[in-house]
Write a protein that binds this ligand. Structure first.
Ligand SMILES: [Zn+2]
Length: 262
């Protein structure tokens, strides 16, 4: 029943409100994202991306900062190093709450708390992007996030192509037992063909990964496939910059056209 209610809330949120943009891009973009994020995501995942000259997006719930006896824990050193290596730190609520089970004001307070704590650690930076813990959404919080953040990533499976909801970006899991490398390469091929935005997500990147994570060799094989194809691998924030500047260029060109015609 609880699962059903969560499903209904999410379906309703996505039916009733979208923050639409129109893709394709000029060429495919691949983003690697990590939720929570366990230290191994920084140590293994981050360094594999760096090895190929790429950066990833880490959706952080700061309640896990220096948390003892927790599957998820990272230090402020991990965060600082990630920032120095040009990875993106993004928001994932403070207490990793299920937004479909939390009332609106408590949800907002929790999300703002993550931002405030982040500003204390990094006074010059701001979380600009968000991912929904457990993929749980409500209509009210989705609208709030659409105003407050550049984007919000859900856990809905797929490529971002055509009419794309920036308040519920789609993703493909890099989980231990989910897709074979051949299947993942298939998704990458499709993204290239359709000039789509393909966002991967995982949690830990470790030799004995959780069911929500993957092994370093698997992760590296995916990153390497993107490098071999010379694909554009960007953080969520950098991809949004690219989309915005392309839209501005289109606008400028069409204005110039109008002027010439006059
Ligand atoms: Zn999470």
């Amino acid at each position: 029943m609880e699962k059903y209610i969560k499903f209904i809330k999410r379906e309703w949120a996505n039916f009733a409100f979208q923050k639409h943009i129109e893709l394709p891009l000029e060429e495919a973009v691949i983003s690697f994202t990590f939720d929570d994020a366990p230290r191994s995501a920084f140590i293994e995942g981050g360094s594999i991306l760096e090895k190929y000259g790429f950066a990833g997006t880490f959706y952080i719930a700061l309640t896990f900062l220096d948390k003892l006896n927790s599957e998820v824990s990272f230090s402020d050193e991990d965060l600082k190093t990630a920032m120095e290596k040009t990875h993106e730190l993004a928001c994932h609520t403070f207490k990793h709450i299920d937004l479909s089970k939390t009332n609106f004001l408590d949800s907002v307070a929790d999300i703002r708390e993550n931002g405030e704590r982040f500003s204390r650690l990094f006074p010059d930076h701001q979380f600009q992007n968000f991912s929904y813990p457990f993929g749980a959404e409500t209509l009210a919080i989705k609208k709030f996030l659409a105003d407050e953040f550049r984007s919000a990533r859900g856990i809905g499976h797929g490529l971002n192509i055509g009419k794309t909801d920036l308040a519920n970006l789609k993703t493909i899991k890099l989980y231990r037992d989910r897709y074979s490398l051949a299947e993942i390469e298939g998704y990458i091929e499709t993204a290239v063909e359709k000039k789509a935005w393909l966002i991967f997500y995982t949690h830990d990147v470790a030799e004995n990964p959780s069911p929500y994570g993957c092994a370093p060799a698997y992760f590296e094989a995916v990153v390497k496939a993107c490098a071999n194809k010379k694909l554009n691998v960007l953080t969520i924030d950098k991809t949004l910059d690219l989309i915005e500047s392309a839209a501005q260029n289109r606008k400028r060109n069409s204005l110039e056209h109008t002027h010439h015609n006059n």
